[in-house]
Design a protein around this ligand. Structure first.
Ligand SMILES: O=C(CO)COP(=O)(O)O
Length: 252
C-alpha cells in the first residue's frame, strides 16, 4: 500500500522564530505511524535551523524550489547540492506560482527533477489546470502534458519515487476545493498515464497528492478517494494544530 504524504507549503510566510517554534512543537506531537509522512516546505533561510530542530523526529524538511545547476553564476539561486548538504529531503518543483510569476516551464521542471534525484532529494512536482482550461475540457490533456514532461528521461524507480501534487490553479488559496470526485478523477488519470508511459509498477508506487484549499474539514473525504495519497497544503499548514490534524487524517 502507498504511504500517505501530508506536506505543508508555507510559501513566503513566517518569521524565523515562528518557523522554529512550529517545527519544535509539531515534531514532538507527530503521530508515530508508518502510514503517514509529514513534510514542511519552508523558505530557504530557515532550512538549516529547521532540519536541526526536526532531528530525531519523523518530520521531514523540504525546500520550495531550487536551480537545476550544481553551482555557478546564477545570482540569487540555490543549488540542489546546497539543499542536500543542509539535510533537506524533498523539494517542490514547478509550483503553479513559480510557473506563473517566475517563468518556470515544463523544460526547467524536468531539469530540476533530474537534478533532485542526482542529489538524493525527492521531488514534489506540481501540476494543474487553470479555470479556463477546466471549462474548455482541457484538464486531462494539460495535466498529462505536464506530468509527461516532468518525468521525461527518468528511470522507472525514479518515476515510482516521484511525488506528484495535482493542484488545480483555481482551487489554490481561493477556498474553492475541487470536489473529491473531480480531484480523484485527475489523480487517477495521472496514474493511468504513468502506467502507460512508464510501467504499472511505477504507477502503483507513485504518491499522488491533491492540493488546493485542503483543510481539516475536507481532508478525510479527499483521502478516502482511490487515487489521492496525500495533500500539499498552503494556508491550513501554517498553524501547528491544523497541520497536525491533517497529518492525523493520514492514518485514519
Ligand atoms: O498551493 C497550495 C499548496 O502548494 C495550496 O494552497 P492553499 O492550501 O492555500 O489553497
Amino acid at each position: 500500500m502507498r504511504k500517505r504524504i501530508i506536506a505543508g507549503n508555507w510559501k513566503m510566510n513566517k518569521l524565523p522564530n515562528e518557523a522554529k517554534q512550529f517545527v519544535a512543537n509539531v515534531s514532538k506531537k507527530l503521530p508515530q505511524s508508518e502510514k503517514v509522512e509529514a513534510i514542511v516546505c519552508a523558505p530557504f533561510p530557515y532550512l538549516p535551523a529547521l532540519v536541526d530542530e526536526a532531528k530525531g523526529s519523523n518530520l521531514k524538511i523540504s525546500a520550495q524550489n531550487m536551480h537545476f545547476e550544481e553551482n555557478g553564476a546564477f545570482t540569487g539561486e540555490v543549488s540542489p547540492a546546497m539543499l542536500q548538504d543542509i539535510g533537506v529531503t524533498h523539494v517542490i518543483i514547478g509550483h503553479s506560482e513559480r510557473r506563473q510569476y517566475f517563468a518556470e516551464t515544463d523544460e526547467s521542471v524536468n531539469k530540476k527533477v533530474h537534478a533532485a534525484f542526482a542529489h538524493e532529494l525527492t521531488p514534489i512536482v506540481c501540476v494543474g489546470e487553470t479555470l479556463q482550461q477546466r471549462e474548455a475540457n482541457e484538464t486531462n490533456t494539460h495535466v498529462e502534458k505536464q506530468v509527461s514532461a516532468a518525468i521525461e528521461g527518468l528511470t522507472e524507480e525514479q518515476v515510482a519515487a516521484t511525488i506528484i501534487a495535482y493542484e488545480p490553479i483555481w482551487a489554490i488559496g481561493t477556498g474553492k476545493t475541487a470536489t473529491s470526485e473531480q480531484a480523484n478523477e485527475v489523480c487517477a488519470h495521472i496514474r493511468k498515464v504513468v502506467a502507460e508511459k512508464v510501467s504499472q509498477h511505477a504507477a502503483d508506487n507513485m504518491v499522488i497528492q491533491y492540493g488546493g484549499s485542503v483543510k481539516p474539514a475536507n481532508v478525510d473525504e479527499l483521502l478516502a478517494q482511490s487515487d489521492i495519497d496525500g495533500a500539499l497544503v498552503g494556508g491550513a499548514s501554517l498553524e501547528a494544530d491544523s497541520f497536525l490534524q491533517l497529518v492525523e487524517a493520514g492514518i485514519k
